[in-house]
Design a protein around this ligand. Structure first.
Ligand SMILES: C[S@@+](CC[C@H](N)C(=O)[O-])C[C@H]1O[C@@H](n2cnc3c(N)ncnc32)[C@H](O)[C@@H]1O
Length: 306
């Protein structure tokens, strides 16, 4: 398993924490790389809440948080979209900061049995939550060719999406779509065996985004954030995909999610819920960080304040 380096750690801590007595929600706890630093930084009056869909990550995170010697935290096996319910159970109305470090952890990508990586043989699973409804295999077994083309075009942003989708559906119809290698072979068949790792990685990522409904979940959750921030509270988003970065960028600017087909009357926006952008341009990793952790290469941090 690769070493765990929380991405843009100093930048996140500096941007997120405005009040050491505040409550902070780490929506994507992972192995608590960011959260253990948040916990160390806050005072004994502050509180940290960590959410993750992956029970293995939660277990590891809890141990790491305990190692700080501080006790004012709680971790929950939940999707971040459930944060209002978690806060309500804890009797908390407002918080000082939310953190999203989107996507997949190095541990998850390196775990072959989770089926996230084209570089490892494993079942086509790809669920963040192993108790989640549908695996990647289930999704591929139900999807139409047209839907698959759309997913490949939107989330993988590849050319020849139609050829690749056709080949995947062809193999799926022969019951040949069970493992990461099966998917790789179908992609390879469509590209005469010439398929770069970049393309493979994008296709696997696109499927993972679909399996976990990542884009809609992120949009729905972001739109609730201003209602739960104290005045001056902040939200930080680290993204690794241009779609997520665009969503954060526009939401921070407009304080509203505008879906392609939705009409939204901005005059109706409650001005007390309007966010202020703190990062005109996204914060990116230094050369030093990229050298130590190549995963940070495509990370973008955006932040806003109520
Ligand atoms: C990039 S990792 C976070 C790493 C973490 N910041 C650290 O430093 O250890 C992303 C984590 O988000 C979790 N995740 C993805 N979607 C989620 C969701 N909807 N709700 C809660 N956790 C989610 C994944 O299981 C994964 O553990």
């Amino acid at each position: 398993m690769s070493d765990h380096f929380p991405v843009l750690l100093d930048e996140v801590i500096e941007t997120l924490i405005t009040d050491i007595d505040g409550v902070y929600v780490d929506c994507t706890l992972g192995f608590a790389g960011h959260s253990s630093s948040i916990l160390k930084k806050i005072s004994k009056h502050g509180f940290l809440i960590g959410l993750d869909l992956d029970p293995y990550a939660l277990n590891k995170a809890e141990k790491k948080l305990k190692e700080t010697g501080k006790e004012q935290f709680s971790v929950h096996h939940a999707s971040y979209k459930q944060f209002p319910e978690v806060l309500s159970k804890l009797g908390i109305d407002k918080v000082s900061g939310f953190l999203f470090d989107l996507g997949i952890s190095s541990y998850q990508i390196d775990s072959e049995h989770r089926g996230f990586s084209y570089m490892r043989e494993g079942p086509l699973d790809m669920r963040f939550n192993p108790q989640g409804e549908k695996t990647a295999k289930d999704v591929l077994s139900e999807i139409s060719e047209k839907e698959l083309i759309e997913i490949l075009q939107t989330y993988a942003e590849i050319s020849h999406a139609d050829k690749i989708a056709k080949s995947i559906i062809h193999e799926r119809n022969k019951n040949n779509m069970n493992t990461t290698s099966d998917l790789k072979i179908a992609i390879s068949n469509a590209t005469n065996g010439i398929c770069s790792n970049k393309i493979l990685s994008r296709i696997f990522q696109a499927l993972r985004i679909t399996v976990n409904d990542e884009i809609q979940t992120f949009k729905d959750t972001l739109s609730k954030i201003p209602n739960y921030l104290v005045k001056g509270g902040r939200v930080c988003v680290i993204s690794f995909h241009s779609i997520e970065d665009r969503i954060a960028k526009h939401f921070f600017k407009d304080s509203v999610i505008i879906n392609e087909y939705d009409y939204y009357d901005r005059s109706k926006l409650d001005s007390s819920k309007k966010l202020n952008v703190l990062t005109k341009k996204p914060i990116v990793a230094t050369r030093d960080e990229v050298f130590k952790n190549t995963r940070s290469r495509s990370a973008k941090l955006r932040a806003a304040q109520l």
